[in-house]
Design a binder for this molecule. Structure first.
Ligand code: G16
Length: 543
């Protein structure tokens, strides 16, 4: 067995987006495409001798092939030890957990998250650093620069590694340890939450459905919710990770998890519903007849955090991405702690958590998490809700209504225009940016504009600056319209329009969300000329 040096030429477009490199499977299957990106990762890491690296993915089509390639390239780059999830499986939060627990140098996550899988679906790869979180932009940019200047990559020609048996083997001198993908993660959850109280809740006949959407979180949910916590078999549905997610679009929102929403709105609805995405880092929380928005979920968790043993001492601070609603800000204010506003992308939370400035983080894109790992964590959020329900004895609906009554309600919605012509999307954003200087002071419908800008973030820890992070139109009453282009799509461009309106009056807390936001929608569409410019008469997805 020898290390081969294979000649290659750069591929265009290997710049990581919001969360790593995401492309169609067919693009990744081009000879040398994955290898080039992996070579660029290893070259950017420098000397890998003596290092431990974690590797796993969400089990989607091409996962196993990619794992073999990466293991063989890791050996060629002198990595001492690879920790790989059995069957190539590790959820994104589990990768983060394993990196931290085993003091690894970093990890490689194979996933295109909530994007559909299968031969015609998407694939993705990203690098996580030793704190367990996504590599910051200075590293992803260095990786991209390497991809543009490659002439060869190195790979071992040893036979494939058996990924299905737990245990240790060697590959060209490198140790490959195939680990149980759930064990370390389940142990961590047991330290954060009151498992006895949740077990007692299920013992009293509490009913729940967890939709794994045919993706990676099924085995984790089965082991913890049905196994450790004693929920009856069948609580976890769509719990087998399948290469094509069983045809599901594993994006846990009311549109894509329609089956679960229908169940929760039905006559025999269970007490609690939840879903997670392709790689297990997103979550959706549903009560009887109510889907909790991710922004509200973050705020409610923050307000009730001390109910969970791992957070009993209180939380240090909260961070949310800019387009996420300001519900959490109100909780932070009441608790006398800071609330940070960052650009979209979990990687921006890493420094704040490492510096001990925040405990909880959340994003409107169905992402919630805490400093227990450095990724958002779908099952963690579900367990947090179970802990709150068990400790308070209240229903989801009660927790939400009482929260709104205390803090007011931030009506919130996101309208996505998917697979729009990329040039048209760019032109829409440029035209909006051009209008920004003239917006302040204008009256638009029933609103008056306080500020129009393009969000710029200066990291309070390392002072790095991220600019052009989303066009904001902020009204004098705090209502907001935000536009940005998605950094995770693989087809054309996706324009995201985020809308938020605050309502203090409890008598007006149970309006239909789209109705409550309709005048902001009209303003947003008129200011951006979205329909004319994109040729779309309506959004593709409204959540
Ligand atoms: C990723 C990022 C999140 C981001 C989301 C949407 O999530 O980790 O931080 O909020 O994409 O990003 P965009 O609006 O640019 O499409 P995931 O779950 O896809 O890894």
């Amino acid at each position: 067995m020898t290390i081969q040096t294979v000649a290659t030429t750069p591929f265009a477009g290997q710049r990581p987006g919001t969360s790593g490199l995401r492309k169609k499977v067919t693009e990744f299957q081009q000879p040398g495409y994955l290898e080039n990106f992996v070579e660029a990762i290893f070259l950017s890491l420098g000397d890998c001798n003596g290092r431990t690296v974690v590797l796993g993915g969400d089990g989607r089509y091409f996962n196993r092939d990619a794992i073999q390639t990466i293991l063989h390239m890791a050996a060629a780059h002198g990595v001492a030890r690879m920790l790989v999830g059995q069957g190539g499986i590790l959820s994104t939060p589990a990768v983060s957990c394993v990196i931290r627990k085993h003091g690894a140098f970093g990890g490689i996550v194979l996933s295109a998250s909530h994007n559909p899988g299968g031969p015609d679906g998407d694939f993705g790869i990203k690098y996580n650093i030793e704190n367990g979180g996504p590599a910051p932009e200075k590293i992803t940019e260095a990786i991209f620069a390497r991809t543009q200047a490659l002439s060869s990559y190195r790979i071992s020609d040893a036979p494939p590694v058996n990924l299905d048996e737990i245990g240790t083997t060697t590959l060209d001198g490198m140790q490959v340890e195939v680990i149980d993908p759930v064990l370390d993660y389940a142990e961590l959850m047991g330290r954060l939450f009151d498992f006895d109280a949740i077990r007692a809740l299920f013992g009293r006949g509490f009913r729940m459905k967890f939709d794994g959407m045919g993706a990676v979180s099924g085995p984790y949910a089965k082991a913890i919710i049905e196994g450790v916590l004693g929920a009856p078999g069948g609580t976890v549905i769509n719990g087998e990770p399948l290469e094509d997610f069983g045809g599901h679009h594993p994006d846990p929102n009311p549109v894509n998890a329609a089956e679960l929403i229908a169940l929760m709105n039905g006559p025999d609805a269970p007490d609690f519903g939840a879903a997670s995405d392709g790689d297990g880092d997103r979550n959706m929380i549903v009560g009887r007849g109510i889907a909790v928005t991710p922004s509200d979920s973050l705020a409610i968790i923050a307000a009730n955090a001390t109910l969970a043993p791992g957070y009993a001492a209180g939380i240090k601070g909260i961070a949310r991405s800019m387009p996420t609603s300001m519900a959490a800000d109100r909780v932070a204010e009441a608790l006398g702690i800071a609330c940070y506003e960052t650009p979209t992308g979990w990687k921006y939370f890493g420094n704040l958590m490492d510096a001990g400035m925040v405990t909880l983080c959340g994003e409107e894109s169905y992402g919630t998490g805490s400093s227990h790992v450095r990724e958002k964590d779908g099952l963690w959020a579900v367990l947090f809700w179970l802990n709150m329900l068990a400790a308070s004895g209240k229903s989801v609906e009660q927790l939400v209504s009482e929260h709104w009554a205390r803090f007011g309600r931030n009506y919130y919605s996101r309208h996505d225009y998917e697979a729009v012509d990329a040039l048209a999307a760019d032109a829409t954003m440029t035209a909006l940016r051009d209008k920004l200087p003239t917006l302040a002071g204008q009256t638009l419908g029933e609103y008056r504009v306080a500020l129009g800008d393009d969000f710029v973030y200066t990291d309070p820890v390392d002072h790095s600056v991220a600019s052009r992070q989303g066009v904001r139109i902020i009204m004098t009453d705090g209502s907001r319209i935000v536009f940005r282009l998605s950094g995770t799509g693989t087809e054309g461009a996706t324009v995201r329009l985020y809308l938020e309106r605050y309502e203090a009056d409890p008598a007006r807390h149970h309006l239909d969300t789209q109705e409550a936001l309709s005048s902001l929608v009209a303003i947003a569409e008129s200011v951006s000329e979205l329909r004319q410019r994109t040729g779309r008469q309506q959004p593709s997805v409204v959540t």
